[in-house]
Design a protein around this ligand. Structure first.
Ligand SMILES: NC(=O)c1ccc[n+]([C@@H]2O[C@H](COP(=O)([O-])OP(=O)(O)OC[C@H]3O[C@@H](n4cnc5c(N)ncnc54)[C@H](OP(=O)(O)O)[C@@H]3O)[C@@H](O)[C@H]2O)c1
Length: 231
């Protein structure tokens, strides 16, 4: 039985990942904002309150991330940390705003970095640290998405990828595995209903992939099927 912490747990892919790990019998710590709609997480908790824990944090706040880490310390050792929470600005050239760039960087790149720092001491020696990145973060494949108005989002996820690589190198003396994963195009509030994958299918694929990762995979970037993506 593993202990898995997932951010952005109240909806979308984060909720799907919590449901998938919970259905496998793992201990799940779902992190969401205190004022978020949490009915689906509470339904899991009602099934087994020893295996479903709901903790609150606003990931835009370093103080809130540090308070979250204090709650985790002493109570849990984490086998899988999934930095899933994310935001996506849809602003085309001519509409760009400083606020959207800052929001995307705060949630998509700064928060996962601070989460890794705050929770580092609670990770098991063979923990897996997973960053939910995106195909649009790949500089090598940026031609594919050049027309999408996702500049702030793509830049913030490329920064997350750089953090992933750097953190993996910093964890190299341990057996901890640090990877960036692109989940594919998923039917969530962010992905929209035209997306090609359901939350359930994407969550199942991601959980399977995380279980198959080996130390040789650390510091790399994969799609939901386990194919390595170029930075
Ligand atoms: N869906 C796709 O097609 C797709 C494709 C590529 C990558 N991804 C990545 O996959 C991850 C999950 O995406 P999704 O589609 O499930 O997104 P989503 O449906 O929009 O859900 C985003 C989650 O992040 C949480 N969040 C945002 N800002 C937060 C903050 N400041 N503090 C705490 N939680 C915060 C949201 O909480 P609230 O409810 O409180 O807002 C929500 O739980 C993201 O990192 C996204 O970039 C998704």
């Amino acid at each position: 039985m593993k202990t898995v912490l997932v951010t952005g747990a109240n909806r979308g892919l984060g909720l799907g990942l919590c449901q998938q790990y919970f259905s496998q019998g793992d201990v799940v710590i779902g992190v969401c904002r205190a004022n978020a709609e949490q009915a689906d997480l509470l339904a899991l908790k009602a099934q087994d309150e020893d295996r479903m824990h709901i903790l609150h944090a606003d990931l835009c706040s370093q103080a809130s991330i540090e308070q979250l880490a204090e709650c985790v310390q002493g109570q849990f050792k984490i086998d899988v940390l999934i930095n899933n929470a994310g935001v996506s600005a849809n602003e085309a050239l001519g509409e760009w705003t400083q606020t959207a760039f800052m929001d995307n960087f705060l949630v998509n790149s700064v928060a996962p970095s601070l989460m890794c720092q705050a929770l580092h001491g609670t990770l098991t020696s063979q923990a897996r640290v997973i960053q939910l990145s995106s195909g649009v973060a790949s500089i090598a494949q940026s031609d594919k998405f050049a027309q999408a108005p996702l500049d702030a989002y793509a830049m913030s996820k490329a920064a997350l990828n750089m953090f992933t690589r750097r953190f993996a190198l910093q964890c190299q003396t341990s057996k901890q595995i640090v990877c960036a994963l692109s989940p594919g195009w998923v039917q969530t509030d962010m992905g929209g209903q035209d997306a090609t994958s359901t939350v359930q299918d994407a969550s199942r694929k991601i959980v399977t992939l995380i279980e198959r990762l080996t130390i040789a995979d650390t510091g790399h970037f994969f799609d939901e099927n386990g194919a390595q993506l170029p930075w």
